[in-house]
Design a protein around this ligand. Structure first.
Ligand code: MV4
Length: 503
């Protein structure tokens, strides 16, 4: 195969920049990293062939400054730009700026990014292509009376959504007519502040939905395929924690219908490159188009492990104008893959970010275990960016094997110096509902509710009784071990964290 490019600039940082560098290196493509002042010693800088400084730590002064990225590409002679995810990955202006500078943007055409950035326009595309959407409005609602009519028609509860939103921002659940006017005002002002556009539309609320998304690949010659689904229902505040492929909820017939629907939406907007079509799925297995993400996603590795494809390699080939080189019938799903996102956050303290120096690190290994990370022992995680530290991805011949492997791998993962989400990931993976595939977007709320003050009150009493018994028992044996638990606050705190493994 010919080499798609000689040199590629990666307009990103962290694990995704590392992921792209790896694909480039395997293809014999030279890589250019960009880095802020906080990222001088970051792994992507160490691994790239060249690295260009682009300014101060805040992303608004570095990774989000289009001119600096274009200049860096020009100065180093890169022919193409990979945006990764986040930052400018779904910014049509950036994609256009690359094209204007005669740089290949390794992503979709600007028009496709723009078409899908407007969630209402995307909804209309889905409707036009015969893809089911949640019942609701095709245009923004302008006044209270119209909103009331629409809500009455689709039936309560309803959801108000920002037209330019996504990722849960500017959303309001309305359970009864009396709440509508206030919720509409709140949603409009939130949308206006967050997206500079106060337009809001209405959908019927889908209770306890699953979030299932379809990976698509499209080339510039009309070839479009889907690469199965990813189940991403384990989320907290719209941040995914665990993803898997395939989904135990999706039947082969449903997979084909969702996949074909996703391909129709992609084709309708002239989509080229890798993209993801998101669906909400209700308890009766009805699926509804939600939005399309016009980028490579964080959770793409689970699709890679079950399809055997390197999605970044496919992105590079497609961007270079090559044909996909395979058809839908060539896509087969083999086994099961699960990804856990390891964030530098303290799950014992409301997931507060935990930046700082990684004093020690022992990543898991062994068969069918993949660790996509942007950190190393001795590295200082800066406080300026996303807390994603690593993605642990495992493959097994079936779901049970993948779960057992993930549990084993999480047990091996040792990080010193910063707090990580590993303990909560272990709890998710060990949960009977997870084992049974009983997943929904309410899973994490239920799991964490067990740690809320009300429940903690109950656990606190149990812990106090246990502590009193221990003190009573030890009272008869004075000496170093004889102190009351009150003398060791660490032990108290651990006693108040039932089921959580201490490290
Ligand atoms: C919904 C919904 C229920 N009904 N729409 C959240 C993110 C945004 N992209 C869409 N979201 C939702 N839209 C209707 N009509 C519930 C959610 C939702 C959700 C969706 C996917 C994953 C996690 C979620 C958590 C809360 C709410």
């Amino acid at each position: 195969m010919s080499v798609p490019f000689e040199k590629v600039l990666i307009a990103n940082r962290g694990e995704i920049a590392v992921r792209v560098i790896r694909a480039c290196r395997e293809l014999g493509i030279k890589t250019v990293a960009v880095f802020s002042e906080a990222d001088r010693e970051s792994l992507h800088v160490l691994l790239a062939d060249e690295a260009v400084p682009i300014g101060p730590p805040p992303a608004s002064e570095s990774y989000l400054v289009i001119d600096k990225l274009i200049s860096a590409a020009r100065a180093t002679g890169a022919q193409a730009v990979h945006p990764g995810y986040g930052f400018l990955a779904e910014n049509a202006t950036f994609a256009q700026a690359c094209l204007d500078a005669k740089l290949t943007f390794i992503g979709p055409p600007p028009a496709a990014i723009r078409a899908m950035g407007d969630k209402m326009a995307a909804r209309r595309v889905a409707i036009k292509m015969g893809v089911p959407v949640v019942p609701g409005t095709e245009q923004p609602v302008s006044d209270d009376a119209e909103a009331a009519r629409v809500a009455e028609r689709v039936g309560y509860p309803v959801m108000l959504k920002a037209a330019m939103g996504g990722g849960g921002k500017g959303m309001r659940l309305v359970r009864a007519p009396g709440e509508l006017t206030g919720a509409l005002r709140a949603a409009r002002s939130e949308a206006g502040a967050a997206f500079g556009d106060a337009a809001v539309y209405i959908e019927r609320y889908v209770e306890e939905p699953r979030h299932i998304e379809i990976q698509v690949l499209a080339d510039a010659h009309g070839g479009v395929v889907y690469l199965g689904e990813r189940e991403c229902s384990i989320q907290r505040r719209h941040q995914k924690l665990v993803e898997e492929s395939p989904s135990s909820f999706v039947t082969p017939e449903m997979r084909r219908r969702m996949g074909e629907a996703a391909c129709r939406v992609a084709a309708a907007v002239g989509y080229v490159n890798a993209g993801t079509v998101e669906f909400l799925v209700d308890r009766e297995r009805n699926f509804y188009f939600l939005e399309m993400n016009t980028r490579l996603q964080v959770e793409h590795p689970v699709t890679e492990l079950v399809t055997g494809r390197d999605l970044v390699r496919d992105q590079l080939r497609i961007a270079a104008g090559e044909k996909l080189g395979f058809g839908q019938d060539d896509v087969t799903l083999d086994g099961w893959a699960i990804e856990c996102r390891v964030n530098a956050e303290d799950p014992f303290a409301s997931f507060i970010p935990s930046p700082g120096k990684v004093l020690g690190l022992r990543a898991p290994g062994g068969p069918w275990v993949r660790d996509d990370t942007g950190v190393y022992a001795g590295y200082t995680i800066p406080r300026f960016y996303d807390t994603l530290m690593a993605k642990l991805i495992v493959w097994g011949t079936d779901r049970d094997a993948a779960i057992a492997r993930m549990s084993r791998a999480l047990g091996e993962y040792t990080v010193a110096g910063v707090q990580t989400t590993i303990p909560i990931l272990q709890r998710i993976i060990a949960h009977p509902d997870f084992a049974a595939g009983r997943l929904s977007t309410g899973f994490m709320d239920r799991l964490l509710a067990a740690d809320k003050p009300e429940a903690a009150g109950r656990h606190r009493k149990i812990a106090l009784i246990a502590a009193a018994l221990t003190a009573y028992e030890r009272a008869g044996r004075p000496g170093p071990a004889g102190g009351s638990p009150a003398a060791t606050p660490g032990a108290w705190r651990q006693a108040l964290r039932p089921g959580w493994r201490s490290r």
